[in-house]
Design a binder for this molecule. Structure first.
Ligand SMILES: [Zn+2]
Length: 276
């Protein structure tokens, strides 16, 4: 939905370019052994303790994350057609709620109350509330974020963002990082069964799923899609490279896109075309 990596975008907005490069470098090094979520959790503690940047500063910086206007209009059109839009992301619950809220997209109630609680601590303007007819996101599967420290629990120091993995115990998927198997998360979002031994589906499968992705961790959900579904992969990114190397890894049809307006056009096309 956004062109930026929200994790690193807020660092770029909050510290000078040299410190930004060092922070990202340190995150990569922590990530190599502990995973990206643990690395970003470390970075928010470091931002608060050594740079004095609070959760409020991070959330305000995230408000400035650009979102393609054609994609927002596309989301509104999809919602008006009754298409359910959900997010499966390796970002985190607070960041997704903040960025979507800042662009007038309604998020699930549990997420907006968590953002409101974080905003109160962070003294962020809680006035922006998406109105009727706005785009909305039905479900979100992502890593869990909250605000901790100082005003949050009466302790000293600056309130900071904390993160924990979406999957508290690694699922053991060979294609996904330990913190989030997007294939399993997609099944949870759709309310469908996740393979052999899984519980019975909670709801009937949707007539068609259109999944948008770019990273290598989007291959796993792509492999869960059926012949009638569509995988929209971003040109020049890891998902498209993996699909080009092994087209038979997915059963669904694959379409490539390059920017927000091309993606918006493809999404609208998929919404009106009958399922194959
Ligand atoms: Zn997986």
């Amino acid at each position: 939905m956004v062109n930026e990596n929200t994790d690193t975008f807020c660092f770029m907005e909050l510290v000078d370019s040299q410190t930004y490069r060092e922070t990202v470098e340190r995150c990569r090094s922590i990530s190599a052994t502990a995973g990206w979520t643990a690395a970003i959790d470390w970075a928010h503690g470091w931002l608060a303790d050594t740079q004095g940047k609070s959760a409020a500063d991070v959330l305000r910086a995230l408000e400035r994350t650009p979102m393609d206007a054609s994609l927002i209009r596309c989301l509104e059109a999809l919602c008006a057609r009754g298409v359910e839009v959900s997010v499966v992301s390796d970002s985190n619950s607070l960041f997704i709620a903040q960025v979507l809220h800042a662009h007038g997209v309604r998020v699930p109630a549990r997420m907006s109350s968590a953002l409101a609680a974080a905003s109160k601590i962070a003294l962020m303007d809680p006035a922006k509330e998406p109105g009727a007819g706005c785009a909305s996101v039905a479900r979100v599967a992502t890593n869990v974020a909250w605000v901790e420290g100082a005003a949050a629990d009466g302790g000293p120091g600056v309130p900071r963002i904390r993160l924990s993995p979406h999957d508290p115990r690694p699922v053991g998927c060979p294609r996904c990082p330990a913190n989030l198997c997007k294939g399993r998360a997609l099944h949870a979002v759709l309310g469908t069964a996740a393979g052999a031994g899984a519980a019975a589906p909670a709801s009937p499968a949707p007539s068609r799923v259109v999944y948008v992705g770019d990273g290598s961790n989007d291959l796993c959900p792509g492999m869960c899609l059926r012949e009638c579904d569509v995988l929209l992969a971003r040109k020049g990114y890891r998902l498209a490279e993996k699909l080009a190397a092994d087209p038979a890894s997915v059963r669904c049809s694959v379409r490539l896109w390059e920017d927000g307006s091309e993606l918006a056009a493809l999404l609208l096309e998929c919404a009106v075309a009958p399922a194959a």
